[in-house]
Design a protein around this ligand. Sequence first.
Ligand SMILES: NC(=O)C1=CN([C@@H]2O[C@H](COP(=O)(O)OP(=O)(O)OC[C@H]3O[C@@H](n4cnc5c(N)ncnc54)[C@H](OP(=O)(O)O)[C@@H]3O)[C@@H](O)[C@H]2O)C=CC1
Ligand SMILES: CC(=O)[C@@H](O)[C@H](O)COP(=O)(O)O
Ligand SMILES: [Mn+2]
Length: 386
Amino acid sequence: MTSEKKHIAILGSTGSIGTQALEVISAHRDKFEVEVLTAGNNADLLIQQAQAFKPNVVVIGNDDLYDKVFNALDSLDIKVYAGAKALCSVVQMESVHMVLTALVGYAGLKPTIAAIEAGKHIALANKETLVVAGDLITRLAQQKAVNIYPVDSEHSAIFQCLVGEFHNPIEKIILTASGGPFRGKTREELANVTKAQALKHPNWEMGAKITIDSASLMNKGLEVIEAKWLFGLRHDQIEVIVHPQSIIHSLVQFEDGSMKAQMGLPDMKLPIQYALGYPERLKSDFPRFNFLDYPELTFEQSDTKTFRNLQLAFDAMNKGGNMPCILNAANEVAVEKFLNDEIGFLEMSDLIAECMQKVSFIEKPSYDDYVLSDKQTRELAKAFNI
Ligand SMILES: NC(=O)C1=CN([C@@H]2O[C@H](COP(=O)(O)OP(=O)(O)OC[C@H]3O[C@@H](n4cnc5c(N)ncnc54)[C@H](OP(=O)(O)O)[C@@H]3O)[C@@H](O)[C@H]2O)C=CC1
Ligand SMILES: CC(=O)[C@@H](O)[C@H](O)COP(=O)(O)O
Ligand SMILES: [Mn+2]
């Protein structure tokens, strides 16, 4: 190990982002060292990853799987921990330089705070962290001189457009949305769509939760809030446009009217690599985009009446305080219920709207307020009946 290598902790190494991050690291073993790997339940994959990458530490979220992981890695010099608390301590280890937050959902919040408190730079995939507590996270990162590098493809695109432009004011940003598998459908048509249909994203292969969010356009709503905090924007500076080919990953318009866009084939390895390697652009053999394969790049207005979740996310951002936290918790429960066939596609928005009306609003929430709002919302959302 040389000291110039970046030592990375990957939270959620067994997921879609986590496994792709390991592919990126495999291709650049001279640049990166894997310090920490963590999984929730997928002990088998975690063991395989640990055998291949020889991290210092692994964490398995599910305590019941500790013995299995420990026994499998016993002969290697790898420490094994279990449980949610361990995530917060391992990210603070002195040997960790950067933490890739690739957990899904609210579970990412606490370890991200722990990492920032310890001064670790963040490669942020877990957008829910900024949705829930963007004010707290960005303030803390500033205090601790921590950089947050976006991994989300749209935010990476904007970040890439902003390199060399940090002193030039932004007029607005435009986040592109694929429109998901149900683009163009009416509410009548959406009433009976199945989870199998919703899980078929037209352009990206991702974890189940974000794939459902893309189908409902909640993903774009979460990304609007994520962009507000990452780039310090006013609400009227953030627009969404549907771009079904997902080739233009997002755009920035500057005050002179000039627009910069970042383009490429839909492949998360590129934004992951950019975040891990920043400020370097590392060489890659990712398939290259060819204009002649895409003679038409098209754009449409987003339909917030049919896809109410996007409007609900704008409403939550405009209201501020703990409302985005309520939106997020309600959405996590709604997605789980939809995936368990307990509610239909359109009822996800009904559930979220009900929680936004009923959970107590807090204008200036503390961390404890976020924890309580998340808990109260989940309780209400779980009891939601159609
Ligand atoms: N996938 C993508 O292309 C993109 C993802 N993102 C964002 O990145 C994040 C990760 O998404 P994605 O990789 O798709 O998700 P996945 O569901 O594929 O992976 C989630 C990872 O987190 C682990 N995990 C989940 N819950 C817990 C928990 N409570 N405690 C500990 N570990 C847990 C899982 O472990 P295990 O599987 O072992 O149980 C898995 O390693 C999300 O916030 C998503 O919005 C953003 C842009 C693109
Ligand atoms: C790859 C990525 O960043 C996802 O967040 C993607 O944007 C989802 O596609 P949608 O545009 O359909 O939400
Ligand atoms: Mn995205």
